[in-house]
Design a protein around this ligand. Structure first.
Ligand SMILES: O=C(O)CCC(=O)C(=O)O
Ligand SMILES: [Fe+2]
Length: 290
């Protein structure tokens, strides 16, 4: 597997669906987020100027935006730089949402997570701002929960990603208590005596720069490392293609309490059915417009 880099002129929506969304092949778009006002605007100085006082909690410590930016830019060297530093955009920075439209960049659609039916659920689907400093590593290799597919939009600085092709969990030692996470402590220095199967793994490493977007389909193990001060916006994608697997996860995550599992799964089934009908009407509307 290779991770292709394309610009919008090289990839129609239909081609993206057939060649990447359906088969689950990651892709870097070099210019998809150009449709967002955030592209070219988001920077440490811009966030300091507009939302310097906005607070978030990282690993149990509360920081303001200005404090975080000073840390990741090396202006404050008095304490360690945590990673990832996150803001949940709809609740912690709702003012920037209009700078992220259309959220799906004209590719990540239809996205049922944008429907009010799914916004009520407690199953991922966050739109998050990630802030990182040089060397900031995501703490583990993982799969995203609920079989959601991730879109990571790099808006400032370079971030290195590593992905493993689908089916390599057998080489990545999933944590028995949370099989969505690998138990390898540091994939760049794996102790092959302790984790011998890792020698069969085929990691693919690449850098995603400012203005670029990485599509990570469900089932692709991944991790990330900020190479310099970075700002990204990540969101998830759910529609009829990954919905059956999503639904199974909604059940599995709550199966210790059958009543709760049934309530959540029943709700998700209904929400999915409503969205499916919405997609059909959406398609019809597009059809009549042509
Ligand atoms: O940008 C990153 O650090 C990776 C984030 C990620 O994979 C996640 O939040 O699931
Ligand atoms: Fe992830």
């Amino acid at each position: 597997m290779e991770v292709k880099r394309v610009d919008r002129s090289q990839m129609s929506y239909e081609q993206f669906i057939e060649e990447h969304w359906k088969p689950g092949i990651p892709l870097v778009f070099t210019d998809a987020s150009k449709v967002w006002k955030a592209n070219g605007t988001f920077s440490p100085d811009w966030f300091r100027a507009h939302y310097g006082d906005r607070r978030t909690v990282v690993n149990g410590t509360t920081y303001t935006m200005s404090e975080l930016m000073d840390l990741v830019e090396g202006k404050d060297t008095s304490r360690p730089v945590p990673y990832p530093c996150k803001y949940h955009i709809p609740t912690q920075l709702p003012e920037v949402l209009p700078m992220l439209t259309p959220l799906g960049l004209n590719y990540a659609k239809p996205n049922w997570l944008e429907s009010p039916w799914f916004a009520r659920g407690q199953w991922g689907g966050a739109i998050e701002l990630f802030i990182g400093g040089p060397g900031g590593k995501f703490p583990y290799i993982h799969l995203d929960y609920y079989h959601l597919s991730a879109w990571i939009n790099q808006l400032y600085g370079n971030k290195e990603f590593t992905v493993w092709p689908r089916g390599q969990e057998k080489y990545l030692y999933p944590d028995p208590n949370d099989p969505w996470k690998s138990s390898l402590p540091d994939f760049e220095h794996v102790d092959l005596d302790k984790y011998p199967l890792y020698k069969h793994a085929t990691p693919i490493k690449f850098v995603v720069g400012a203005g670029e977007t990485l599509f990570i389909p469900f089932g692709i193990w991944h991790t990330a490392k900020s190479l310099e001060p970075t700002i990204s916006v990540a969101f998830d994608l759910l529609n009829g293609h990954n919905f059956p697997l999503f639904l199974k996860d909604v059940w599995d995550f709550r199966r210790d309490n059958k009543l709760k599992a049934m309530a959540h799964t029943g709700y998700a089934m209904m929400a999915g059915a409503v969205c499916k009908v919405g997609d059909l009407f959406g398609k019809q509307r597009e059809g009549t417009r042509r």
